[in-house]
Design a protein around this ligand. Structure first.
Ligand SMILES: [Zn+2]
Length: 277
């Protein structure tokens, strides 16, 4: 597994940090992740103030030629495909700065997880941000859906539905718009949790503090990105229990093989014979 080397991290850090030689690897990584967060949030502030500069400053022939040799994006952003939430613009970042994975409802599936794993493991990005946004159409469609949804959009609804159910469980009496916002927040939490639970690569990097997962939401009205409180992720116990229960049930189905009774017959018949009917 290819991890960030300390030398490489130090190369990415600012001069004041280089002076502090006694810092542990964990402290260096933590500082790096905090610096990345600071860079992103300062970029969002420039976007809010309409003082964006990185996008244009970095969009040059020289930068393009440098980046042609390789990329080292310092953050991975998983965000919605919504045309109003372009991460490079809302964080005022340039080419090569952020590795962006966009999909309706900022959900995860094996391909999305694989994309994020690539950036985390091979490109060495030390931070993943799951970015939801206000009035997300994918979450709204899930809240409004009844029964089976036609076409491939059904897969998006299926992925977001647990967040909607969680939002309904946590708060009753919400109107539809409030439920959508609550479900958007829950979806960000669940997706971040899924990054940890469903990707051993991301989990190992997170447990070694080599990658930090953060949750955030973009406000469509004022353009501000707000960070959610930090979460200590763990493999959900209920997932383990569900698996164990399933295994026990399967055992129960498997074990009566020896003697099987026909519905209206008390005479035991061999399983072999039943299969032919
Ligand atoms: Zn959306």
């Amino acid at each position: 597994m290819k991890f960030l080397s300390i030398a490489m991290l130090l190369g990415m850090l600012s001069a004041p940090l280089l002076a502090q030689e006694a810092r542990t690897a964990d402290e260096v990584l933590s500082s790096l992740q905090n610096n990345v967060m600071k860079t992103l949030m300062e970029g969002n502030q420039r976007y809010l103030d309409q003082k964006m500069r990185t996008c244009s400053e970095k969009n040059t022939k020289t930068v393009r030629e440098q980046l042609a040799k390789g990329q080292k994006p310092y953050a991975i952003i998983l965000s919605c495909s919504d045309s109003r939430v372009p991460p490079e613009l809302i964080f005022d970042q340039g080419p090569g700065d952020i590795f962006v994975v966009r999909v309706a409802g900022n959900t995860v599936d094996p391909i999305i997880l694989g994309s994020i794993e690539y950036a985390a493991e091979h490109l060495g990005s030390p931070l993943i941000m799951v970015l939801g946004h206000e009035r997300c159409g994918a979450v709204t469609a899930t809240v409004k859906s009844h029964g089976e949804v036609e076409g491939n959009i059904g897969s998006i609804v299926d992925a977001i539905m647990p967040a909607v159910e969680e939002a309904k469980k946590k708060a009753t009496g919400l109107n539809e718009a409030q439920l959508v916002e609550s479900a958007i927040d829950e979806n960000v939490h669940l997706v971040a949790q899924n990054l940890f639970s469903r990707s051993p690569i991301i989990r190992h990097l997170a447990q070694a503090n080599k990658i930090k997962i953060v949750e955030a939401k973009f406000d469509l009205d004022d353009g501000k990105v707000s960070l959610f409180p930090e979460v200590k992720y763990k493999i959900a116990q209920e997932v383990k229990h569900e698996k164990e229960e399933k295994e026990v049930k399967e055992e129960k189905i498997v074990s009566p093989k020896k003697i099987i009774y026909r519905k209206k017959d008390v005479t035991p018949v061999p399983e072999q014979e039943l299969k032919t009917h």
